[in-house]
Structures are given as C-alpha cells and as structure tokens.
Write a protein that binds this ligand. Structure first.
Ligand code: SAH
Ligand code: SF4
Length: 348
C-alpha cells in the first residue's frame, strides 16, 4: 500500500482501533501502545520521530496514515500576550480556529468541533456563517496536539479544554465524545475529564446522552434569555427545545451526575440585560446546582447589538446574587485579536 490516506488521520483512531491495525500487520500489542505514547505523550508529529520502532514500521506508518490535517495559516497574539488565536486550514480548504488563553497559571484551550454552525444564533459569528461540515474526532484532537507541542517548548501543557470554539459540539456528538475520550486516555494525553468543559446551545436528547456517556465532563448551557419569545429570537433552536423542557433536562442532569451546570449569558445592551430578564432567570434556576457566567457581547459584523455597560452587568449580577445564585462577570479576552467564537474565520 502506498496511500497515506488509506487509514486516514492517525488521530482519528482510538487506541483499540490502532491496536487492531497493528495486529493485522502482525505486530505485538505493545507496539500499538508505543505508538500511542509517541503520539500523545511525546507529541511526535512525523513517523520519522518514532525512534522506538523499526525503520520498516516507520515507513509503514508513513505509507498508511496521515499525520496532520491542520495547517496553521495565521497566528494572532493579544497585546498582553495572554491570548493566542490560530486559524487552521483543513485538507478540503475549509478553515477553523482555536484559541490558547493563559490566566492564573492555567493554559486553557478553546477548540472547535464544526466548520461553521447550523444553529444560527443571531449574535454569533459562527452562526452567521452557516454550516460547513462536522470535524472528525482527529481534527478536534489535532487542535489540542498543535498547542501542546507549542507549549512543550516552555515546559507547559494545556491544563484545561473548553469546547466553545466554532460549532455546536452536541450536533457533532460522536466525534466530540471520541475526541474527549482520546484526550483523557491514561496511557496517552491523560487530561482529566473534570478539566474539560463542553458548551451547548441546548440540544436536549444529546444532553441526556452526554450525562450518561461523560458524567465527569463539565457542562455549560448557552441560555442567554429567560423567556421563550426572547430566546427564540436569538437562538432559533429554542423553537425545538424550549426553556421549560431545557430546564427540566438541566435539573435531571444535576441530579443524575451531582455536577454543577454553568449557564452562559452573553450580555446585550437593552436586549437581555434588563431587570426583568434577571428576575425571570432567577425564577428559572433558583435552587439549582449551577453557576452563571455573564459575558459582555463581542461585536460581530452580522449583528447590531451592543455589549452591556459595566453598570448593567453589575446590576444583573446583583439581582441573581440576591437569589443566592452564584454568578461571575467574565472579562472579554483577546478582543483585539477577534478571539470571540468564529470571528477570525469570518474576518479572514
Ligand atoms: N455552540 C456552543 C459552543 C460554541 S459558542 C454553544 O453555543 O454553547 C461558545 C459560547 O460563545 C456560547 O455561550 C455562545 O453563546 C457564545 N457566543 C457566541 N457569540 C458570541 C458573541 N458575539 N459574544 C459573546 N459570546 C458569544
Ligand atoms: Fe452555533 Fe454556539 Fe454560535 Fe449558536 S452560539 S451559532 S450554537 S456556535
């Protein structure tokens, strides 16, 4: 065989799949483990780096697998150097982005799961693009490997992953789950499930599955509005999965997993930052095991809304706190490098 694509991207394979392939090639089981370690511990990105295996097997790897599907085409760093955003070209020419954020000794990666997004949230740059395609699990994993190699030069590694880049992760369920399992594998990358956060627009059946499949992974729900009329006008998926049903699913989730849910709330001046919305939100989630993240809107080309003022954000927070709802105003990071969801790919 002489087709590097015949077995596809090496990161698309989980350990069992690789072991199966090496077994077919007549290799002992430990060989597969050596290669898994090479990929996920040593972060080797080229078959020639696998000095722990024979020349012949190295050639076989090169002949059958592709070792990268992501080519970095631009890198932007914020002025304070704490946020770095990369735009990657995929093998079909489409582009995705991922962001590295360094705060409080953490190195957090924000990664994408789709090219564009089918959910069409009005204020979101990725939603404004429409849907391109799902990423494969390997294309999701490779974003993490790319930044891990970069951090390795400083003797660091990603401490946290947030699946909050382009796309709706639960609309690309299988690949997202497989990518997380691969990154969690103790013999390889070994990133703890509790260090990973998946953010969803609220696809109810997928949230239920997720609670069973990955109960240790943190779940964030993009709520943004506390009544169906407003939420449907911002997040069209709300027509299909309205707030009442979503809240019921969230309650089941906390009961079943014992885990706190994060609610994401992008603050838009005069739209969802009113006292009335804060009151309605309080009624919805009072007593729930949860936390609210208030994030002032990042401006995008396709949406007129403005971010809330600092005063409005504080007033909104106070109202939630008066109902004993834990709540944080998140600072906008890397705004000058368009580090909001989907903004680099749309401005390219
Ligand atoms: N599709 C998933 C994850 C990607 S979006 C989701 O919607 O949850 C990650 C977060 O960024 C979501 O909470 C989303 O609502 C928010 N977001 C999208 N556009 C934004 C903007 N222009 N400003 C601030 N937050 C935004
Ligand atoms: Fe998709 Fe999330 Fe953007 Fe909505 S906010 S369009 S679900 S990426």
């Amino acid at each position: 065989m002489n087709d590097p694509e015949s077995l596809g991207l090496v990161y698309d394979h989980d350990l069992d799949s690789l072991l199966g392939i090496f077994e077919d090639w007549g290799e002992p089981t430990y060989r597969g483990k050596q290669i898994w370690e090479g990929l996920y511990r040593n972060l080797w990105g080229n078959p020639s780096e696998f000095t722990n295996i024979s020349n012949i097997l190295r050639e076989k790897l090169a002949d059958n697998f592709s070792f990268n599907h992501l080519s970095p085409i631009s890198n932007l760093e914020s002025k304070d150097k704490l946020t770095q955003k990369s735009l990657f070209r995929l093998t079909d020419g489409k582009t995705i982005e991922a962001v590295l954020m360094r705060y409080n000794k953490r190195c957090t990666l924000c990664i994408s799961t789709q090219v564009g997004c089918a959910m069409g949230c009005t204020f979101c740059a990725t939603g404004q693009m429409g849907f391109g395609r799902n990423l494969s699990s390997g294309e999701i994993v490779e974003q993490v490997i790319f930044f891990s190699r970069y951090l390795k030069k400083e003797d660091k590694r990603p401490t946290n992953i947030v699946v909050m880049g382009m796309g709706e992760p639960l609309h690309n369920y299988e690949s997202t789950i497989q990518a997380i399992r691969q990154l969690n594998h103790p013999d390889g990358f070994n990133l703890g499930m509790r260090r990973i956060t998946v953010s969803t627009v609220g696809i109810i059946p997928a949230i239920r599955r997720f609670a069973k499949d990955l109960p240790q992974v943190n779940l964030a729900i993009s709520l943004h509005a506390a009544d169906d009329e407003l939420r449907s006008s911002m997040l069209p998926i709300n027509e299909k999965y309205p707030i009442h049903d979503l809240m019921q699913t969230c309650r089941e989730y906390t009961k079943q997993t014992g885990r706190r849910i994060s609610f994401e709330w992008t603050l838009i001046q005069g739209i969802n930052d009113t006292f009335e919305q804060a009151q309605k939100l309080s009624r919805l989630i009072e007593g729930m095991l949860c936390h609210v993240n208030l994030v002032p809107l990042n401006p995008t080309n396709g949406y007129d809304g403005k971010k809330s003022s600092r005063e409005r954000a504080k007033a909104f927070k106070s109202e939630l706190e008066s109902h004993k709802i834990p709540c944080t105003i998140r600072v906008r990071r890397g705004i000058e490098i368009l580090a909001g969801c989907g903004q680099l790919a749309t401005n390219n």
